[in-house]
Design a protein around this ligand. Structure first.
Ligand code: 7TS
Length: 414
């Protein structure tokens, strides 16, 4: 077999694929986009695939027998297959299209949770979860009288795995855990964590919103019963995400939403559910968005997830090195070995919103606030942080501009 060709990663060439990166946000001020953890920018391949779908095809799926309906159905189902292959899922039947990660997690909470949990059951989450993997469980806990436990986060931004082992002894019915934190950048060592949860009899749900865009996720190597992520953080459109679920669980679960498409047969007082994955896809889905999502995973695969990960790791290391040299600036989360391309920080006596506002005047887009992880900020006794998040199109020059921008912030507040 021919050896795989290792090509260099030419970030300037990659940038040409993203039209928005050439714009000026204010006259003479070019955009420096460091907010990809909120949503990524979109390459031409995705924009073109979606507009070509609307220009040349556009029909509803799974119902018409006319040519356009057949083509639209093929485009939608082919996207599902390519996304399933992207995470190495055994079958595309196990891949349900949802609106986003948030809806995927809610689907599990509403459908699996209501059917299989009862008063007194325990759900184990972590202190670093995004609100999307907290609030649905809080809602379910108050409805069903469940107990919520949390794996603590250590001061350096890692999960306390000794306490986790103790918590497993209490027999949680579900472990809900993020693959990568959107604040600390921590990439959790899921292989062992999930195996331990399964050995303790828990169902496992992974929030992969910040993982799937940045490194190869191989679902066949993870003991994940459910794995959720969103297209918009990985070069795809808003409005679509997926829930991977193990077939045996999905088959036992009742439908989430009722309506067209999720049924095989309907009578006035009853219905029979459709096969997987359609059982969980009520109503006309986001078809053009599925086409765009398919184009996004094709784009990422062509660049190579290994290359993307290597680029981001090197850039994140550079950003941490430069930021660490700034006095009174503190970075949250672990060292580079355990961290993805998210760098949240705070500067003594300067509010995160002021930092973001001054950086914006320099064309630098960062996010300020609690990043939908308020309990984590409360734990660290911080009302807010500023966050630079890096992706496959960011450069060292942009990091240098961020550093210059932060010096400007400090001078203004000096
Ligand atoms: N989980 C994690 C870890 C996330 O970072 C986000 C979004 C979500 C779930 C929710 O994804 P959605 O597509 O359903 O909205 N995170 C962020 C962020 O960090 N800034 O804006 C959105």
């Amino acid at each position: 077999m021919a050896a795989k060709k290792i090509t260099g990663y030419d970030v300037n060439k990659v940038r040409e694929d993203f039209p928005v990166l050439t714009r000026e946000v204010y006259p003479g001020v070019p955009l420096i986009y460091l907010d990809s953890a909120a949503t990524s920018q979109k390459p031409k391949a995705v924009i073109k695939a979606m507009s070509a779908y609307y220009q040349d095809t556009n029909a509803n799926i799974h119902r018409g027998i006319h040519k356009l309906a057949e083509e639209a159905t093929y485009a939608y189902e082919s996207a599902r297959e390519r996304i399933a292959a992207f995470i190495n899922a055994p079958s595309s039947e196990e891949l349900i299209f949802t609106r986003n990660t948030t809806e995927s997690i809610n689907l599990v909470a509403y459908s699996w949770g209501r059917a299989f949990l009862k008063a007194g059951d325990r759900i184990l989450l972590t202190e670093m979860e995004h609100h999307s993997n907290l609030v649905p469980w809080q809602m379910l806990a108050s409805e069903l009288d469940l107990e919520l436990d949390f794996i603590p986060v250590t001061p350096d931004g890692l999960l306390d795995l000794d306490i986790y082992e103790q918590q497993l002894k209490k027999g949680p019915k579900l472990l809900g855990i993020t693959h990568m934190s959107n604040v600390l950048g921590t990439v959790n060592p899921l292989e062992q964590i999930l195996l331990d949860a399964k050995a303790a009899g828990a169902v496992t749900l992974v929030d992969g919103a910040q993982a799937a865009p940045h490194f190869q996720v191989d679902i066949s190597k993870l003991a994940a019963d459910f794995y959720a992520f969103s297209a918009h953080k990985m070069c795809g459109p808003t409005g679509i995400g997926v829930l991977f679920g193990k077939k045996d669980l999905l088959e036992k679960m009742p439908p989430f939403l009722g309506g067209g498409e999720m049924i095989k047969r309907v009578e006035l007082r009853s219905f029979k559910t459709n096969d997987l994955p359609h059982k969980f896809e009520a109503g006309t889905p986001a078809i053009a968005e599925a086409v765009g999502f398919g184009a996004a995973v094709d784009y990422l695969s062509e660049l190579g997830m290994d290359q993307i990960e290597r680029h981001e790791r090197s850039l994140t290391g550079y950003a941490i090195e430069k930021l660490s040299q700034i006095s009174d600036l503190h970075i949250l989360g672990p060292d580079i070995e355990e961290k993805g391309g998210v760098v949240a920080f705070y500067i003594k006596d300067i509010h995160a919103h002021d930092v973001a506002q001054i950086l914006d005047s320099e064309g630098i887009a960062v996010r300020a606030g609690h990043h939908c992880a308020q309990p984590l900020h409360t734990k660290f006794d911080l009302p807010a942080t500023s966050r630079a998040s890096l992706y496959l199109y960011n450069t060292r020059e942009e990091v240098d501009r961020l550093i210059d921008g932060i010096h400007k912030v400090k001078n203004i507040f000096a």
